[in-house]
Design a protein around this ligand. Structure first.
Ligand SMILES: Cc1ncc(COP(=O)(O)O)c(C=O)c1O
Length: 394
């Protein structure tokens, strides 16, 4: 199986945007097409396109009414944007620990972190695997919390029969270039809630009244803005809009998304086959109720092995492997947060000891890239993995 990352369709849609000469009256046509197709694909009424999958999170929190000083529960084992977006909203990220088997946000740990100031939870589908969403939604309902799914790494993953992104009150996706659906940069929020979609749309587009008037589409009416007495801004917002050129690429990618997801799952299948007899490499636990989307194929290196993460990586590279990464540093241990008091009401100490499960896990993780577009090439990487395992002794 060979796929083209950027094919004919992407080029044709980009050509259509360029042919429009960026005339403002046609300015949001491609984003409108993308949003309609995206919402339909996820079976929700509203999709709002963004410049990236960090702005999405910020906008959704603000639109949900998260206020300065409110607490938002996030996992520490994820890309830093999840917690940064909470800080962008002037709220306080509260780190809950992860489950030792799935490595995703632990419902039990969430329960321990809830206080009177908690307003929201951001469960992350880590590497493409949803957390225990039924349990998280139950906790949220009990405490009246907003649930924002961070599905940046998960396209068409499933959790108890539901597509990831359709379970929380809203969900955020990223179209950054390593993602299943890539337009260089870009993002999307989906929600079934009209009022929320409207506020998200306004926040995304400088608080423009005319934009906010249409939750399903962001076109600004020309006649209205020509009047000298026209008042433009209903609220303070950001300019987080997705450019038309990105939307053109994203729409084409969306129309081909099944192929991209299938490719990643096939690549993950090759890696899974390569490790099946190895006693010291463990993948995420995926139970029968879940379908993993494999943004990355990640393994935990056993504690008792007589070699280091770096020695494993070097041998894998020597034997023909590539595209291997360690997991992100836990967000609260990054220099941007470590030891700091970023909010006057912050009660957690951003230091070692906060989330012991994630702290034990993070240095042991090996992330294998799955965004190959040639399955034979990926097969050679899986062979390299198998050879590395044989070298060290399964
Ligand atoms: C889990 C997660 N959340 C948020 C983001 C932020 O997305 P973006 O890079 O589009 O801002 C990413 C990826 O980059 C991510 O992996």
């Amino acid at each position: 199986m060979i796929l083209e990352r950027i094919g004919k369709k992407e080029k044709e849609y980009v050509r259509q945007v360029l042919a429009s000469q960026f005339r403002s009256s046609a300015g949001s046509e491609m984003t409108g097409r993308l949003e309609a197709a995206f919402a339909a694909r996820f079976g929700v009424d509203y999709a709002v396109s963004f410049i990236n999958g960090t702005a999405t999170l910020h906008a959704a929190l603000a639109a949900a009414g998260v206020q300065p000083g409110d607490e938002v529960i996030v996992p520490p084992l994820t890309m830093a944007s999840t917690a940064f977006a909470v800080l962008h909203a002037d709220a306080i990220p509260v780190f809950a620990d992860v489950d030792p088997g799935t490595w995703t946000l632990s419902p039990e740990s969430i329960k321990r972190e809830i206080t009177a100031k908690t307003r929201a939870i951001i469960p992350v589908s880590l590497y493409g695997l949803a957390p225990d969403m039924p349990a998280i939604m139950e906790i949220a309902a009990r405490h009246n919390l907003f649930v924002l799914e961070d599905a940046a790494q998960c396209f068409l993953g499933f959790c108890h029969g539901r597509v990831v992104g359709s379970i929380g009150h809203a969900a955020s996706f990223s179209f950054q270039s390593s993602k299943h659906l890539a337009s260089g940069e870009g993002g999307m929020i989906i929600t079934a809630n009209r009022e929320l979609a409207l506020r998200i749309r306004r926040f995304n587009s400088l608080g423009y009244k005319a934009v906010g008037g249409a939750a399903a589409h962001g076109k600004i009416c020309k006649e209205m803005i020509q009047e000298p007495g026209y008042e433009r801004h209903a609220s303070v917002g950001w300019n987080y809009r997705m450019p038309e050129l990105c939307a053109a690429v994203a729409l084409a990618q969306l129309e081909r998304i099944d192929d991209f997801v299938e490719m990643r799952r096939s690549v993950a299948g090759l890696f899974a086959e390569a490790i099946k007899d190895c006693s010291w490499l463990t993948p995420q636990r995926v139970t029968a109720d879940y379908q993993h989307a494999y943004w990355s194929y990640a393994l935990r290196l056993g504690e008792d092995v007589p070699f280091s993460w770096q020695e494993f990586r070097d041998k894998y590279s020597e034997l023909g492997g590539d595209g291997i990464y360690g997991a992100w540093q836990l967000t609260y241990l990054e220099p941007a947060l470590r030891g700091l008091r970023l909010h006057p009401d912050q009660s957690q100490q951003f230091s070692q000891g906060l989330c012991p499960v994630a702290e034990a896990l993070q240095p042991r993780l090996l992330q294998f890239k799955t965004n190959y577009f040639d399955l034979d090439l990926a097969g050679r990487k899986a062979d390299a993995l198998q050879a590395t395992i044989s070298f060290f002794g399964a």
